[in-house]
Each structure stands twice: as structure tokens, then as C-alpha cells.
Ligand binder design. Sequence first.
Ligand code: 3HC
Ligand code: NAI
Length: 647
Amino acid sequence: MNTPVSIRPQGDIAIVTLDNPPVNAISAAVRKALWQAVEEIDADPTLRAAILICEGRTFIAGADVREFGQTPEPPHLPDLVDHLEAARVPWIAAIHGAALGGGFEIAMGCRFRVAVPQAKIGLPEVTLGIIPGASGTVRTPRLAGVEVAVDLVTSGKPMAAPKAREHGLIDAVIEGDLEAGAIAFAKAALAKPLPAPISERPVAAMDDAFWEAKRKLAEKQGHRAPLEALAAIRRATELPFTEAMAAERESFLALRSSDEAAALRAVFFAERAAPRPDTLRDVSPRKLAQVGVVGGGTMGAGIAAALRSAGLPVVLIERDDQALARGIDTLAKTFAGAIKRGKLTEEARDALMAGVTGATDYAALSECDLVIEAVFEELSVKRQVFENLITHCRRDAILATNTSYIDPREIFAGLPGAERFIGLHFFSPAQIMKLLEIVPLPETAPEVLATAFALAKQLNKIPVRAGICEGFIGNRILKRYRAEAETLVRDGVPIAQIDAAMRGYGFRMGPFEAQDLGGLDIAYLQREGARAMGQDVPETLGDILVGAGRKGQKTGGGWYDYSQGDRTPQPSTRVAELLAGHIAKDAPNLEDAQIAAQLIAAMAAEGEAILDEGIADKASDIDLVEIHGYGFPRWKGGPMFASGKHR
Ligand code: 3HC
Ligand code: NAI
């Protein structure tokens, strides 16, 4: 049988290469092979050090998440880390790509860690609903101090090698060839006394105020793992090493079988599967060298920002010079916001802006490989835009609409070249929101669809195919969710209790607060449009509020009242008066959890209908839409997962 670990002596240094594609995850086989390697090297008196280096795109990405549902097989990872640390010869972890979770824990079992400048290290376990289970919470504070350990472990965010070097998480940044650099490092290290193994290093005690401040921060993440991780680090500062290790393991194993961890694992794998639908396995995407955007409003400017940030040159078209100047200004403000948050330098902003060509003449789009339309949500305006695009764009350019509700078949009806039309439904703010609903028409060519998926990956977005129906996947479920929330109000459940229940479930906002923020008029106008076309759309409670001029925060009130300059929702006596005739007198006494369960069940029921109609390919796609487009709490897995409807 092929072993994932090979040993190659290089003078008195053993080069230990791990090769377990795709990401060198630590499976039971890897643990066994590494254990064996420690023994073999220790038994060879000619060897004085060992370098652990990995094949492929990355160092060890962590424990093998696919084994998390199974009974752990020995040797267990914490024992392997101890075994490495206790080896006769010092081990040196030579890191490229990422050393994450168990990967970084293995690196901490080594006496030294070196990395290429682009490498990242991290302990992302909390993002999987668990805590580090092989000494991450116990060795990290001994290696780099408690503050760094708390930030690394409770945020789950990776840290780049140069910063990791500053914090003492790694010993050297290696420019040039990693293996050669690690050998040189090993030789120099062997000439000096070795540092103490991390488990034997001291750890500082922190006061109660420190832990309380960190607890408040961890609590904001809304789920258990960050709090448990913090508690584990605290124990590591208060208990002897072995006791802290035992407690960490116990907490890790308990969390591993929690509902939250199961949900987060499902999301992890769904996100990775999303960019590669089975139907496109053999279809190559087209190359995109330049992209056009028509309409520089909220969405167009955001889409242009997202395209530029992914390195694509953009041509932005507006209807006149004034609108164009406004669009360019909105785009510049987007980048200015990023500079303010420390995410972008001024030079980088200048380069991003330099890649935008603004124009009012569609001729500027003649070389674009893809054009995304984001003009007003009006069929006639959109059709006019596409007629212009047909005239001015290359015959093979992909033409996309960002419409939220209009049937793309109506937008493109009768226009030549139907195989190149597609819907690309971005979410606001488009430069930030991760979701991209991809809406092919019946005639869309597979290659065009594949290009849309590839574009999403390039933009670092999560693509989901959606079939054509009103609202596609996300807005259709949103409509059902809001309708169910109104049903509860009609039943007599207080509006504020419904919002609080959904916040308690994990949403940042409840359904009514969210409508007040976004404005009640958008959905109202859409319903009015449908009514004008003869559809039977019953009056909603939202219609009554809009009828009374209550469109949300922008009009000083919607479902709630707002004081001037204050966004805190206040229960409204005016709303109570307006809706009085529509609300049942004998209100049911519902617990918050029952309210949340009823609303999530309604979302899932709509999801089932969406699956049955073929609007979505799989339940996990619906969950991704809700998590990445509508603020559904990730650790609940999405409405389908939460309702046991993953099929
Ligand atoms: N276990 C099993 N499979 C994994 C994995 C893991 N830890 N990490 C990645 N994979 C798989 C992915 O599912 C994907 O599989 P597929 O090709 O069949 O879909 C493949 O590896 C490639 O993954 P990506 O598409 O994410 O590859 P990238 O090159 O974009 O990113 C990476 C590489 C940065 C390493 C990224 O994969 C990543 O962040 N992985 C997760 C790291 C993680 O969470 N580690 C902690 C695990 S928990 C742990 O270690 C517990 C310990 O404390 C005991
Ligand atoms: P917006 O009103 O902010 O911007 C529309 C822009 O299009 C304006 O700048 C306008 O000058 C420009 N425009 C109008 N006609 C034009 C023409 N003929 N040629 C060139 N430019 C023209 O609207 P917003 O919010 O950006 O929406 C645009 C589209 O995106 C709509 O279809 C909307 O349904 C969709 N959408 C909106 C979302 C949102 O949250 N705002 C989310 C997802 C999709």
C-alpha cells in the first residue's frame, strides 16, 4: 500500500514529505504514517533533525473533516503532536500554503516552524463548530502569548506568515526555495541550544476583566464554539499542561457531535461543491478579459467594484454624463470605504479606478466578453438596453441581466443569439455579499453557464443555479417567510416578539426590522405591479402600512416608530391602530422557539416546492442561498438542513 509519508535523508537531516492530496488533511492513515516516521528517524543515529514538508498546494489543511462523523482511530492527533515534540531529534515544520487546525497543531509539535512569505497559519476550528482538539488552545498561548492565542482561536481567521513571525507563531520566513531554506535553518539551529518544547514553556495568567472582555466578543459570534474555545484557553492558563489537554479533548469531542458542528460541516462541503455542478463537469468556461456593466446605480457600481477587485477591467455605461459621474463616484466611495476599514491602500484604489472606463456610448462595449445589465427594474428599459447591446457587442459576448423579479425570458424575447443570455443575480452590496444566483434560460449554452460559475469563483462568490420563477430561489423564500411572519401578527403575536425570536435564532435582524431598514415600498410596488396586470394578490399588512405612508426607517416609521437620528425600533401605537381590525383578539402564547420553528418550517416548505419544481438542484444550494444572501445563521445550516430536509 502507498504510504502518504516518505523519508529522504539529506546528510544528517531527514526530509519527511507528506503527500495526501488534495490538501494533506490528517486522516488516520496520515497519523499512523507520521507516528511511524518519528520512530524510524529516532532509531537512526546518523540523523540529527527532521524537516516536515508537504507536496501539492498546501501544508496540512487540518484534521480530515470527512472522518468527523466516525469513531476516532488511534493514534489520536494530540498523541501524535506529543510524540513529535518528544522525539529524540528536533522536527522543523516547513510550511507553504496553509497550516490550519490540526496542521498547525502538528507544526506546534515540531521544535521549529518556518514558512514561505505567502503561507498562512490558523486555527479555524470554530468555523466548523468545534475547538482545536490537539493542543491548539493549550500550546498556542505558550508559544505566542494568551492575547494572540485568543484572537487566533476564537476568530478562526488565518494569519499571514510575516505577521505570524512577528507574534512568534513561526520562527522564520523563508524567501526562495522552502526545502533548501529549511535545511539551512536546521543547520543553524542545531549549532545552538534547542528551545524548550512548547508544552514546557510558561503561560501568563490573565485577570477576570480580560476574560470577561474576550467573552463578550466571542459571544457576538452567536454560537457555542468560540465561547468554548475561550474557556479552553483560560483553562490552559490555570491548569497544568496535561489537565488542560484532557479538558480540551473532552470539549472538542463533545462539540464534534453537536448539531452546530454538523451544520457547519455540511455548509463547509456545500460551499466547496457549489462552484462545480455535476452537469458542467466536462464543460470549459470561456476566458473573460474585459467586462461591461450597464447602469452605475447601487447594484451596477457594486458589481463593477467586485469585478475590479478580482482584477477584471470594466467598462461602465450610464445613460448620460451626469449619471455616469454619479456612478463613478459611487464606485470610488465603495473603495474609499475599504480604505477607511484598512482593507485597501490608496495606491491599490488608484489602480482599481484606473481599470474602469466610463462611457455613455455603447460602442465602448465592443471588446467586452461579458456585459452585465443593472438598470432600473422595468421591462421596457431593460429590453432597450439589450437591443443596444445586440448592436454594439461582439456576436459571442455573453449578455447578462441582474434583474430581481422580471422573467429573463421576457427581457430577451425575440432577440437574436439566445444561447448567450443569462441571469446573474447579485445581492446588495454586490462587492460584499457572497451569493450569486445564476439563472440560465432554456436556450443558454452550457459553456455560457460554466463561464458564469467560473466568474463567481473568480469574484470569490458562492454560485447557485436558480431556475426561472418569481423571485428565483432567495426572494421567493423571502416572500414566504414574510408572509408567514404576517400570519403570526394576524394571529396576535407581537411584532417585536417575532423579531426578537428570529434574532434569538441567530439572524442579525428579525423580518420586520429588516423590512423597515430596506423599505416596505419595494415589495409593495411589486405587488401593485402584479395587481395591475390582473393577478389576484391579496392585501398584506405591509400594504396597509405603506398606504398610511409608513415605508420604513426612511419615512420615520414602518412596522416600528423611529426617533430622529436613531435606528432603534420602538413598538408603534399607530401601527397597532392601523392593523387592529386584522389581528386576532385571543393571542396564542407562543415561546420564541416556537415562533422561530414556524418561520423556518415555512421557509423549508417553500424550499421543498422549489426543489420539486426543479428551480434548485439540491437542498444544500437553497441553504447556501439563505446563508450567503439572507443572513440565515450559518451554524444552523440553512432552513433545509435545520428542518431535516437535506436530500
Ligand atoms: N478535511 C477534508 N477535506 C478537506 C479539508 C479538510 N480539513 N480541507 C479541504 N478539504 C477538501 C475540500 O473539501 C475540497 O475537496 P473537493 O475537491 O473534493 O471538493 C478540497 O479539499 C480542496 O479544498 P478547497 O477547495 O477549499 O481548496 P483551496 O485550495 O481553495 O483551499 C484550504 C485550501 C485553505 C486548505 C481550504 O481547503 C481550507 O480552509 N480547508 C479547511 C481547513 C480547516 O478548517 N481545518 C481545520 C480542520 S478541523 C481540525 O483540524 C481539528 C483539529 O484541531 C483536531
Ligand atoms: P438604481 O436605481 O440604484 O440604479 C439603476 C441605474 O441604472 C441608475 O444609475 C440609472 O441611471 C441607470 N440606468 C437607467 N437606465 C439606463 C440605461 N438605459 N442605460 C444605462 N443606464 C441606465 O437601481 P439598483 O438598485 O442598482 O437596481 C438595478 C437592478 O438590479 C434592478 O434590476 C434591480 O432589480 C436589481 N437588483 C437590485 C438589488 C438591490 O438590492 N438594489 C439586488 C439585486 C438586484
